[in-house]
Design a protein around this ligand. Structure first.
Ligand SMILES: NC(=O)c1ccc[n+]([C@@H]2O[C@H](COP(=O)([O-])OP(=O)(O)OC[C@H]3O[C@@H](n4cnc5c(N)ncnc54)[C@H](OP(=O)(O)O)[C@@H]3O)[C@@H](O)[C@H]2O)c1
Length: 287
């Protein structure tokens, strides 16, 4: 990659940030499009997030992505917040506007929707209630995407009930009911469900496994795991063996990056098998 003095700049702010695949994936697109630009890791401590975001226009950056632990705090700093990001309560993309103000949005919703569309094209929002495991930041993006897709009923299963209650209160609409359940109820909820999505960190490398018997889930129901390290989690392996359509977490990661790239670098890009292969090479194999 060669950059000139006029290169467009963007990056990812996180703490830590070294594990992020975003520089690699934006670097792939920069190479592919030949845009004169650079996308760099920006290790920013929690105490410095406001100064760091305010420095973006000063340093000539077009914007940045945000990852742990900055996704919520950036809401307090940005000048304009997309209504979807406010509803979810988290921001992952900042675009510096022409007047130097900071525009914040959340592209995880788009990323999940596109990944589900590509990975399970036969799925219909009318197929039955969606069961969502987890009530963290990513669960909020997933549930908002399911609402936008036309799902009318979501069951959240979470270890900490009050966290799930808050998600239900924030995201339920007149068109989408959300109920909250304990893990003991999870396998019963699969009876008649049209979709199962794991948004917990269970099953991720280094975390406890996700133990859930899928026997009650109809075989046409897609099983989605947004964990992408390993790429095929235990949940996905079991679902694949039972014949469910399965969707791994890498698609969401790749698709969520697109809107930011296009805004900062001014070129249209696609999520292709070549991009996927380049990132898969960097992921640890299943344990
Ligand atoms: N594919 C993508 O693009 C993408 C995007 C974002 C996140 N992710 C992945 O999604 C996962 C969750 O991320 P997040 O940002 O939503 O995290 P988070 O806000 O910290 O939420 C973690 C969720 O996992 C649950 N959990 C954690 N340990 C558990 C345990 N031992 N037993 C039961 N439940 C447990 C938590 O339950 P409690 O509420 O009870 O603590 C909570 O629901 C991570 O693996 C992350 O890498 C993927």
């Amino acid at each position: 990659m060669r950059i000139t003095g006029a290169a467009r700049l963007a990056g990812i702010m996180g703490w830590p940030v070294a594990h992020s695949r975003s520089p690699l994936l934006h670097g792939f697109w920069l190479d592919e499009t030949g845009v004169d630009g650079a996308y760099v890791p920006l290790p920013v401590r929690p105490a410095d997030i406001e100064r760091a975001l305010r420095a973006l226009p000063v340093l000539g950056f077009r914007g940045c992505n945000l990852t742990i632990p900055h996704k919520q705090t950036a809401l307090l700093v940005a000048d304009h917040i997309d209504p979807l990001a406010s509803r979810i309560g988290a921001v992952n993309t900042i675009v510096v506007a022409a007047d130097g103000t900071l525009e914040a949005s959340n592209t995880d919703v788009y990323g999940f929707r596109e990944s589900l569309r590509g990975g399970a094209p036969e799925w219909s929002p009318a197929a039955g209630p969606a069961v969502v495991l987890g009530a963290g930041g990513s669960s909020r993006a997933v549930i908002a995407a399911l609402g936008d897709a036309g799902v009318s009923e979501v069951h959240i299963v979470n270890r900490t009930p009050c966290r799930a209650e808050k998600v239900a209160n924030d995201l339920a609409t007149s068109a989408m009911r959300i109920s909250v359940h304990s893990w003991n109820a999870a396998s019963d909820l699969l009876d008649g469900a049209g979709l199962l999505v794991n948004t917990t960190s269970l099953g991720m490398t280094g975390e406890p496994p996700l133990d859930l018997d899928l026997v009650r889930l109809q075989r046409s129901a897609p099983v989605v795991d947004i964990v992408y390290v390993p790429l095929e989690t235990g949940l996905l392996a079991r679902a694949r063996r039972r014949g469910h359509p399965v969707v791994d977490g890498l698609g969401m990661l790749l698709h969520q990056a697109r809107p930011g790239f296009e805004a900062w670098f001014g070129a249209e890009v696609r999520v292709t098998p070549e991009l996927r292969a380049a990132i898969v090479k960097t992921l640890a194999p299943a344990q």
